[in-house]
Design a protein around this ligand. Structure first.
Ligand SMILES: C[S@@+](CC[C@H](N)C(=O)[O-])C[C@H]1O[C@@H](n2cnc3c(N)ncnc32)[C@H](O)[C@@H]1O
Length: 263
């Protein structure tokens, strides 16, 4: 489980500019509004700090957010004063949803499939709780392949390897491929598109701090002292590369959405 400081740090680190949040909300809400004019009820599994859920609630959608981590949802709660009647947050596991069949018009899953031990079970559950013709929305952010932020992450991962702790990466992409295979085996058609692009400015120090704080899924199982040891190990390289560690470095990002209609 995260602590509240890390939950807020996640929220800051994975921040979407308002126009990006707006485009993501539109991409999710529009098909729901077209189909269900009296309002839609959506479940977000792994709702976290409400980065995706909150802009959807602001558009009038009823949201049930489910997460195994209560601290992430505490960070979400701090944001929804005034619209709380449209939000229900539940501690629970995406592999065993505490809802009846056909309960929701939409299910959202953003950056969560790769964290779930039994993805097939979570997909069985997500499709079970969808109403006929309901939508499964799977979303993810991706940074440009060659960016200063990724270069620092790579150097940090290499330092960890030297410290005897090789890092497993790529779990997120593998889970998305597995989910696509699951949906296609069920003969469900998906459409994938890029919803928004934007640039994020961080300082080199902030990139290292996010790694030390364990904000990425690939850092989850690395002991705290090793995360900091790798941070210290790359400092000489980092200082040689950036004369000012507080300088702003920009990373281009994109948000992608795969939408699947469940029969
Ligand atoms: C990387 S965060 C993404 C949060 C949010 N979807 C977003 O994009 O900002 C992943 C979230 O999934 C939650 N999570 C991990 N495993 C889960 C599970 N089995 N069931 C429900 N939530 C889970 C974590 O606690 C965390 O809040």
């Amino acid at each position: 489980m995260t602590n509240l400081r890390v939950a807020h740090a996640y929220d800051r680190n994975r921040y979407h500019p308002p126009e990006v949040s707006g485009k993501i909300a539109t991409a999710i809400v529009e098909p729901l509004e077209r189909e269900w004019k009296d309002g839609a009820h959506v479940l977000e599994v792994g709702v976290g700090t409400g980065r995706i859920g909150m802009p959807i609630v602001a558009r009038g959608v009823q949201l049930t957010g489910l997460d195994t981590d209560t601290e992430m949802m505490t960070a979400f709660r701090s944001k929804f004063a005034g619209v709380s009647k449209r939000v229900t947050l539940i501690e629970g596991d995406a592999q065993d949803l505490p809802f009846a069949d056909r309960s929701f018009h939409g299910v959202i899953a953003v950056h969560v499939w790769h964290l779930i031990p039994d993805l097939t079970r979570a997909l069985d559950e997500a499709t079970r709780v969808l109403k006929p013709n309901g939508y499964l929305f799977e979303g993810w952010d991706s940074p440009a392949a060659a960016s200063p932020e990724l270069e620092i992450q790579d150097a940090w991962c290499k330092a960890l390897e030297t410290l005897g702790h090789p890092v497993q990466r790529g779990g997120h992409r593998a889970a998305l491929r597995a989910s696509a295979a699951y949906l296609s085996a069920k003969r469900l058609e998906s459409a994938e598109r890029t919803i928004a692009t934007w640039e994020v400015s961080h300082t080199p120090l902030e990139v290292v701090e996010a790694l030390e704080d364990g904000l990425y899924s690939f850092t989850k199982n690395i002991p705290l002292e090793l995360r900091f040891a790798a941070g210290r190990a790359i400092k000489p390289w980092l200082s040689a590369k950036y004369s000012d560690l507080e300088t702003s470095i920009k990373t281009p990002w994109a948000f992608h959405l795969r939408t699947t209609r469940v029969k």
